[in-house]
Design a protein around this ligand. Sequence first.
Ligand code: NZQ
Ligand code: ZN
Length: 388
Amino acid sequence: MENYIHNIPTKIYFGKGQISHLPEVLEPFGKKVLLTYGGGSIKKIGLYDTVMTLLNENGFTVTECDGIEPNPRIQSVEKGAKLCRENDIDVVLAVGGGSVIDCSKAICVGACYDGDLWEMVKTARPGRKALPLVDVLTLSATGSEYDGGGVISNLATNEKIGAVFCFPAVSICDPTYTFSVSRYQTAAGSFDIMSHIMEGYFSRTDDSDLSDFYAEAVLKTVIKNLPVALAEPDNYSARANLMAASTIGCSKIPEYGKLYTGWPCHALEHELSGFYDITHGTGLAILTPRWMRYVLAKDPTVTARFARFARNVWGLQGEDDAVLALQGIEALEAFIATLDLPSTLTEVGIDETHFEEMAVHADLGGRLSRSYSPLMKEDAVAILKNCL
Ligand code: NZQ
Ligand code: ZN
């Protein structure tokens, strides 16, 4: 088992009605709030009114930064950072999904950064000065409510960069806010949760038992609850389990004590959405089974771990690891098929034009060539082609 450092400074308020704590969690940071949100879903579900009432009744001054896009753009970071400086903002309050929270993290750092903000994103590192961030989560997916990372896109350069900005001080996670999430975003977001776990689960470390059992439990939680949430969008128990899984999914806790894996499907997916602005979870659902089939066929040393995945996650039985390993991938494919997500890159309008460029860029920091089963440029291109 490898060394690790546990350091997640975010306080989670989980469950129905936790929004009532909003004034008291903002209060220590000051009275001037930048409220960030997306394209309007928070207005449709009444959350905007709830938040504004709480802020107004408790004497906060609110500046709004709306219109943050899915796959948030650097221009939104620039806009938010400027509003913070112009209005002498004390604290940023993000209300929305991963895109709003990610963008707000970059705004928190950008507001204190002297210089070009795309450069700030590209050189991001832990410990930079940042305004405090509080968020209210409305979509179970990224885990941005419980990690320090954020992913920002620059359409001018076709880059989508994941970087470490700052942790939220507080995340309010009320599953009832996710009742309105569409079938498509529920499926894509839940697959993102599964991917965060699988990216760390397929690792060379076999003796970090707590992490592996934790990972398997999160996967089984999504496999059990996602079909329920899709059939009954306002099923509290299903939505609550997905939200709890989201929070833990990207926290790195389920891969403590394990060797670096590179998160190869994420490295490739960020290329796809950087070039084509597709939904992150959809890209992952297309890529992941192809990556699995590719590494299993090429690298016999991964067989035992894939067989464990089949046994412990999908409940499959058998003596022959090679057979089981393949059956585990087939079980995942069958599960994905029930989600009605696009199943090929062709369906989402992607062809092979940029695959070579993507394969090179995705390997920055050795994310592919030093991954669980090392991928060279030609391997990455082959996996992408298998997704067409
Ligand atoms: O913009 P609004 O109107 O709010 O609508 C959003 C958006 O259209 C909508 N939505 C959110 N909550 C809703 C709702 N619709 C109805 N009811 C609600 N309660 O859903 C759409 C998608 O929202 P978005 O925030 O983009 O989705 P998600 O949470 O999946 O975030 C995706 C972004 O996070 C990044 C992704 O790459 C992508 O840019 N990631 C962030 C990570 C992190 N911080 O650690 C890790 C992930 O691997 C991922 O890369
Ligand atoms: Zn993800």
